[in-house]
Design a protein around this ligand. Structure first.
Ligand code: ADP
Length: 491
């Protein structure tokens, strides 16, 4: 791989990548996209080190200057100002810059961005305006900078229109060499019908029968149509989106582009998620000091008001309460497992109907079940570090972070074999998998897990195997670097 990556004869010494995202840690976080956009660019830059001669990937991050940004505005330096045209009226876009660990980060401001009080609005039309403006301004910024990108890397629907506009600028000598990558974190979120916004910003829907009519005004679909390469966040999800079950109506179109669709697993911030240093844990531990983990289990049982008994396995779920996560099949699974000892804790919030089902389940099993309906980062860490199993019966899971965190914390995942879950959890080695999103299939996998749990030596093998997995961002960064190189080879 190194030769392919770092062949200097045919490759430029430095690849410039402009990375566009709606959110990124540590500036602003709503969901998993912020983890990716905060970590991957830095991991790519870190590839340029003395151990990897010849490589230099100069990635720079671009974000909207959301009103809720955590960055201190005093540290922002104004860089450039230019107009973005909307229905013939010029809207000023201002670009500011700051540095994060040596990486330039650009923030774009302008009326459609500053009028929004939250990162994502309840009003889809407002979001389309905001992100269309942001995407077009980011592209215009790239045209005006001295530093010229070789690649524009967009993420999800919010920034997909930058790639669509780029494609329409291929006649422009300055832009014609720029290649594009779109990372797909969640296919169902396409941005909605953007006919109005396309018209407002002077973009015309494509005439291409490969793309279904309804999709020709959806920002994400336009990005998928335009990108030189589409990256799904796991190899299995990259295959799944080509099928009717997961393709959200775009499976046929994506199939026609399948040579340009690939999968690269997300990484995990292994410094932020480290059971040896995690301040939220009662007992810090590593694979060699696994016995110290039990202090967390006792603390968790105590905090939740459950019976403090190290022999009772704690089954846990942490995540958004949503149809996607398959939580609705859990009550029947637990009802069928009453012949065995277990405790169950759910930490999450979301769909009010499913939240109430889980509250009712706690009332049905007051001795065994706790439904903690809130977002609580500290409690999540104690659960990862103290519970025995993490359940993820997801209907679909593009990548999934929770199962990777769980493995790193010695909490064994019991997951549905889909998307990134299938790619990260190894049956019979680091966890337990089941196929159908049905109570019977999940119950069968849980029973298998509970049998192994009853034998501490075997269980510890699962825990240690999971803890030994490498989920660092470097692995993903090397694959993205290889992809960038292949897209620009021959330029
Ligand atoms: P998704 O991105 O689909 O929401 P992931 O598994 O990829 O799911 O990531 C979810 C992340 O959010 C994990 O880090 C998980 O620990 C965290 N999380 C989700 N819900 C909660 C909650 N209620 N309290 C604390 N952390 C949560």
């Amino acid at each position: 791989m190194a030769d392919l990556l770092y062949n200097r004869e045919h490759m430029p010494d430095t690849l410039n990548v402009l990375f566009l995202a709606a959110e990124a840690e540590p500036f602003v976080k709503v969901g998993g996209l912020a983890d990716v956009a905060g970590s991957l660019p830095l991991a790519l830059r870190a590839l340029s080190n003395p151990d990897r001669p010849g490589v230099k990937i100069d990635v720079r991050l671009v974000l909207p200057l959301h009103r809720v940004l955590r960055a201190e505005s005093a540290t922002l330096r104004p860089v450039v100002e230019f107009p973005v045209y909307r229905r013939g009226r010029s809207l000023p876009a201002r670009v500011f810059e700051m540095s994060m660990a040596g990486m330039p980060v650009y923030f774009i401001s302008g009326e459609p961005i500053s009028t929004a009080t939250t990162v994502y609005s309840q009003d889809p039309a407002q979001d389309r305006e905001k992100f269309a403006f942001f995407s077009l301004a980011a592209l215009e910024m790239a045209r005006r900078m001295e530093w010229q990108p070789d690649i524009i890397h967009a993420n999800d629907w919010h920034t997909a229109l930058a790639l669509y506009a780029l494609r329409s600028q291929r006649g422009d000598p300055q832009m014609k060499r720029v290649r594009s990558v779109l990372t797909l974190h969640n296919l169902p979120f396409m941005g909605g019908d953007g006919m109005d916004v396309l018209a407002a910003y002077g973009l015309v829907p494509p005439i291409d029968d490969a793309l279904p009519g309804w999709a020709r005004t959806q920002p994400l679909a336009l990005g998928l149509w335009s990108a030189d390469e589409v990256v799904a966040v796991s190899p299995t999800y990259a295959r799944e989106i080509l099928t009717p079950d997961f393709g959200c109506g775009l499976d046929g179109f994506l199939g026609s582009r399948s040579a340009c669709v690939t999968g690269i697993l997300n990484g995990l911030d292994v410094a932020a998620w480290n059971p040896e240093t995690d301040a939220c844990l009662k007992g810090k531990f590593s694979a060699v000091t696994l016995s110290q983990r039990s202090a967390n289990k006792t603390a968790l049982q105590h905090q939740l008001g459950l019976k403090e008994d190290l022999h009772i396995p704690i089954l846990a779920m942490i995540g958004r309460i949503d149809q996607q996560k398959g939580l609705d099949i859990v009550p029947n699974v637990l009802r069928q497992l009453t012949d065995l000892p277990w405790q169950f804790v759910l930490l999450g919030s979301g769909d009010p109907i499913i939240e109430n089902v889980m509250r009712d389940l706690q009332l049905e099993f007051p001795e065994h079940i706790r439904a903690v309906i809130r977002f609580d980062a500290g409690l999540s860490r104690l659960i990862y570090g103290g519970a025995d199993m993490l359940l993820m019966p997801s209907r679909y899971e593009p990548c999934g972070l929770a199962q990777m965190i769980a493995m790193r914390y010695g909490c064994v995942p019991v997951v549905r074999a889909t998307g990134g879950l299938k790619d990260t959890v190894a049956e019979g080695k680091t966890g337990f998998l089941f196929q159908a999103a049905q109570p019977a299939a999940m119950q069968e996998a849980l029973r298998r897990a509970l049998v192994v749990y009853a034998s501490p030596v075997n269980w510890e093998n699962f825990q240690r195997n999971g803890m030994a997995e490498d989920f660092s961002w470097t692995r993903s960064a090397v694959q993205y670097a290889e992809l960038y190189r292949s897209l620009t080879a021959g330029e």
